[in-house]
Design a protein around this ligand. Sequence first.
Ligand code: PMT
Length: 403
Amino acid sequence: MAEQRHVALYVTGSIAAYKALVLTRLLVKDGVSVRVVMTKAAEAFVTPLSFQVLSKNAVATDMFAGTDVKAVDHIELADWTDLAVVAPATADIIGKLANGIADDMASLTLMATSAPKLVVPTMNQHMLDNPATARNIATLKQDGISVMTPASGFLAEGYSGRGRMPEPEEIMRAIKDLRPRKTPLTGKKVIVTAGGTRERIDPVRFITNDSSGKMGYAIAEEMQQRGAEVTLISAPTKLKVPAGVKFVSVLTTEDLAEAVTTAFKQTDILVMAAAVADFKPVSSADQKIKKSADNDQMTIKLTKTADILKQVAKLKQPGQITVGFAAETQNLLDNAQHKLVSKQLDLLIANDVSKPGVGFNGDTNQVTILQPDQAPIKTTLADKHTIAKQVVDQISQRVQKEG
Ligand code: PMT
């Protein structure tokens, strides 16, 4: 089961409450389940209905509403929460949180939850600089609560200063940087490879493949969110490195082989999502190969590259987990099963890249997960982040089994 994070978003009374709507959308888009709590003051700026529509969950505003007779509302929500985000956070809610005041649904539930908290102070610069606010923010930090630095810029009051709520995308990054609760992958050293390696023909031409890196990057991000220490070794892509992930850039299969085999000794889990060139030119020309009147055809002699997973199999120690991919256009399961065995893998993620929406380049994939001791698990066609969650779930279960 995917570790779908449960985020409780606390919205308090600030004109920036409208930005919390965007934050809700981004969280939901990221596969997070969101429940919103609003203070009375927040309701003066944005309606609960807007958050209800975006989050697809009822919005909590009243500590005496008692919607479920079998449960105490604020305790149920507090226990459900994996992460509490207070955005925008006024001086008032910061003061309550720092001083243990619980007199409305938001402050009451915040006090009841033991989940990690991220507070996003949002207010006029003078209120931010008020010694009481500064003291309260210092107390939150001492209590182990994460506090974001407010942004600077044009304030609602009509002048520039500090105190603006950071943009929702920035808050998303801060959320991803927060360590999740302990998972089987917490503290595990993980290498993920991604992208298509490049083999030079001459200074201006190379052989490569259609890999965009999206599948590998999604796995690296998912691993990081579950507390793993992730190194992403990537051939060129157009993607942004996920927050909190160490990055190593490579070009050729040889570069990738060296980076992987060097790091493997200190690694708990290797995931080879990179599309590795199986052949490279025997030699690469020093100068651009020119066409001339007498060469209507040209031949490039290719030689096999080293099989990185086979090299790694020789270095593998008990407890280390290796995960390969198989990009096939025919006989998916037979070819994948052969790779699982010949590369001594713990998991093999097979994708039939001849099918629309599967494999290279796009935002979606559909895979079959093979393991030596289990029946294959076939996923539906879904976006690569969802597939990454399903793959990482299986890796996580294997870690637990081996552990
Ligand atoms: O990057 P995207 O656009 O998101 O596309 C995702 C993907 C299609 C690239 C990904 O899902 C995928 O299938 N990656 C593996 C592609 C591949 O090289 O498959 P393969 O069947 O040729 O290789 C089998 C396994 O051996 C792979 O794990 C590969 O990384 C590894 N290999 C291959 C060749 C080689 N010389 N050394 C290797 O270790």
